[in-house]
Write a protein that binds this ligand. Structure first.
Ligand code: MRU
Length: 360
């Protein structure tokens, strides 16, 4: 993905081969701030405080956090303590647990002095695989957009999305943005309705920023506007990402996703979920079993933006107590299809094994 014409991954090793470069996503779209992660605790803070976020990117950051931990102290005790500490940073996106398990399995039977190097190798693979998965999600989602374009020649395909499941939520490409970028690149007119996604505004700050960087026409809307646009025929399809999908196909994603799925269902609008295989949690049967992160009330009572003098400022918008459940569950019955690296699926298959490179 490019910013001002320069290609970046959302997370990368620095040239020294061990410290990790991320963007401080709290500063976007106003400033491009790079952060160097040099310790496990810093990686944990970056996840907890959402300098970095999005299910696949949490996986990559957590895995690098374990690398940094092992570089400092490769003992059994530190491996276990660091795994637990990183896992506790954010509870809902299952990709974090998946990646920590991957690294744990790659190192736990090795002698201590070999662990850090093996952890870096496995984490590098996780990152490369994420890029390949998202490219394949793009290839598998592209025909859906092409079909809409064929049905209505000369008109843009209007896609509604929620939160940020773009390249800033992954290592590259994004999940929902991958087919959109491919469609745009092959000349299909697309237009994206971007839910602002209160309380943290990942849509307005991150998805809109990404789409602008790629030159994709888009419009930011208040979270409550989508239903009306659907009733008016201004939305052709919805595509959202997910933090965890369980065996029965229920989908956990950023708070507000469920309401969009209901509105789409009522208006006969297809509602697609884009996801990589590490987002599937085979240990859980149904959506209500997924732990829903409760975040600070301050994310609701306050809002941040640029003031008229051009300074970033946080202001209070209510004096009342607030609640902040960060995710919701969309039941499988409202999902039209799952766009995966293996293809477009109408249900969650029994077991998905890594196939990114063979998918298409
Ligand atoms: O709280 P966030 O910003 O980490 O939530 C992100 C989302 O809900 C994304 O839609 C999801 O992680 C999918 S990212 C490909």
């Amino acid at each position: 993905m490019k910013i001002d014409g320069k290609h970046y991954r959302s997370i990368e090793l620095n040239e020294n081969g061990w410290s990790v470069r991320i963007f401080d996503q709290r500063k976007l779209p106003w400033e491009l701030v790079f952060v160097e992660l040099t310790s496990r605790d810093q990686a944990a803070t970056a996840i907890r405080e959402m300098w970095t976020r999005g299910a696949p990117l949490l996986a990559a950051t957590g895995a690098y956090g374990l690398c940094l931990a092992l570089r400092a102290d490769p003992s059994d005790e530190n491996l276990k303590r660091s795994y637990d500490l990183l896992l506790a940073t954010r509870p809902t996106a299952v990709n974090l647990r998946w990646a920590l398990d991957e690294v744990m399995n790659a190192v736990k039977n090795l002698p201590a002095d070999k662990r850090a190097a093996a952890a870096y190798v496995r984490t590098g693979e996780i990152c490369d695989e994420d890029v390949e998965i998202n490219r394949n999600i793009g290839l598998n989602g592209l025909p859906i957009i092409r079909d809409f374009a064929k049905k209505n020649p000369g008109h843009p395909v209007n896609i509604l999305t929620h939160c940020n499941a773009g390249w800033l939520a992954t290592v590259d490409y994004g999940t929902i943005t991958s087919p959109i970028y491919m469609a745009h690149d092959e000349g299909i007119p697309v237009h994206v309705w971007v839910d602002e996604t209160r309380p943290r505004n990942q849509g307005a700050s991150l998805t809109a920023f990404e789409l602008a960087q790629h030159g994709v026409p888009h419009t930011v809307i208040a979270d409550n506007a989508g239903g009306l646009l659907m009733q008016r025929g201004q939305v052709d399809l919805c595509i959202v990402g997910t933090d965890r999908v369980v065996r029965n196909g229920d989908v956990c994603n950023k708070i507000g996703t469920y309401l969009k799925a209901l509105a789409a269902y009522d208006n006969n609008i297809p509602f697609y979920i884009a996801l990589p295989y590490p987002t599937i949690d085979y240990t859980l049967e149904k959506g209500e079993d997924i732990p829903i992160e409760e975040r600070s009330a301050e994310e609701v009572t306050h809002i941040e933006g640029k003031n008229q003098a051009g300074k970033i400022e946080k202001i209070k918008i209510t004096q009342s107590p607030a609640a902040n459940p960060a995710f919701d569950i969309t039941p499988a019955r409202y999902v039209t299809g799952y766009i995966t690296e293996r293809g477009l699926l109408d249900h969650i298959p029994e077991r998905v094994t890594p196939q990114a490179k063979k998918a298409v």
